[in-house]
Design a protein around this ligand. Structure first.
Ligand code: ATP
Ligand code: MG
Length: 340
């Protein structure tokens, strides 16, 4: 039996993913994608379009097909470097689903019942698929499959990351040291961008309502309109001591895009009327999204390019994924032909 962890090479590995479940928004960008771009060269980086996660809630097939390609193009447009980082569509590497089953068998249901995302998403569905319940196990599989040591995500995924570590620990203690413990990597600003229509709810791709989110591909006029209509509070101007969550959210968006310090933001915005604050947040957002939108158009107009990137990504990561599954199977005593 092999004793080493599968695929754990000298370079620390980073893994993260986004569901192709709607329009990528500035929360996804500031909480996850921009962080990936910043750290990608410090790691061996794998970024996934997690289509198997998206189908835990019904997706129209044609829309899902289109969103997978759109997301891949947005990863590239935002600055993921395909010469260095791997961009992978989850379902093209079957080991994700295979490891998810193997981990399902070591995951107590009580752990999954505690997940707040499950509770929130289940409450919004008439009929709840078992996949929604199993979602965090598939996420654990995505990460543990590659022995990732760091997972850059938004704050909403912290609980799933803790569960991933619990599952890894339980597996390691039952079957011997097999999985690397992945650390959660949050951005300092922008880890939780709230809905512009309702600053008490996280901005989400799957949330309805035209005033909820700014999508990365929204035209400038629409971005301005959404931000100018954002919910604030009954004060007229910014007061850092008494501001409500809507104003705090607008300031976070500005700060995350501008990378200004806390002191600079405070000095600049203290006492500013909400109308002016919104104008500045809108212009900052438009100016940061404009180059991404330009690159996006170039990428999608190049025939075959996206498919080449996705094929290369899958080819590069499949051997790592398969070797982890083989190791897990052999540790568990599952039939493997080359094992005596
Ligand atoms: P869905 O509504 O379909 O769950 P989502 O907007 O929550 O979509 P995900 O694909 O679930 O997006 O998450 C992709 C990444 O974006 C994760 O790392 C997640 O933590 C991060 N993220 C999602 N929403 C926000 C947000 N509002 N602020 C900061 N980060 C976010
Ligand atoms: Mg989500």
């Amino acid at each position: 039996m092999k004793t080493e962890r599968a695929g754990s090479g000298p370079a620390p590995r980073v893994l993260s993913g986004v569901q192709p479940s709607g329009n990528l928004h500035i929360g996804n960008y500031l909480g996850a994608l921009s962080n990936w771009v910043r750290i990608q060269h410090d790691y061996e980086s794998i970024f996934c379009i997690v289509d198997l996660h998206a189908i835990t809630v019904y997706q129209k097939p044609d829309e899902l097909r289109a969103k997978i390609r759109e997301l891949a193009a947005l990863f590239l447009a935002a600055g993921i470097d395909p010469e260095h980082s791997r961009i992978v569509v989850q379902s093209t590497v079957p080991a994700h689903a295979e490891l998810a089953w193997l981990l399902t068998c070591v995951t107590p249901m009580g752990w999954l019942e505690r997940m707040t995302q499950f509770k929130a998403k289940a409450a919004a569905q008439e009929s709840i698929g078992d996949g929604l319940f199993q979602y965090p196990v598939l996420m654990a599989a995505d990460i543990l499959l590659y022995q990732a040591s760091a997972v850059p995500v938004g704050e909403d995924q912290m609980q799933h990351l803790e569960l991933t570590r619990d599952i890894a620990q339980r597996f390691n203690s039952l079957y011997g040291d097999t999985f690397t413990m992945p650390a959660t990597k949050l951005p300092t600003v922008g880890a939780r961008i709230m809905g512009l229509d309702d600053p008490t709810a996280k901005m989400s791709k799957s949330a309805a309502g035209s005033g909820h989110a700014v999508a990365l591909l929204d035209p400038p006029e629409r971005i301005r309109k959404t931000i100018m209509r954002a919910t604030t509070d009954s004060n007229p101007a910014v007061d850092f001591d008494t501001m409500g969550p809507g104003v705090a959210n607008l300031l976070s968006i500005f700060q995350a895009f501008s990378e200004w310090t806390d002191d600079a933001v405070r000095a600049h915005f203290s006492g500013m009327r909400y109308g002016d604050l919104k104008k500045q947040v809108a212009e900052m957002t438009v100016s940061k999204l404009e180059p991404i939108q330009r690159r996006y158009k170039e990428i999608v107009s190049e025939p075959g390019y996206l498919d080449d990137v996705l094929r290369a990504g899958a080819e590069a990561v499949t051997p790592i994924a398969n070797s982890t599954v083989e190791l897990v199977k052999s540790r568990m005593g599952i039939y493997t032909p080359d094992c005596a």
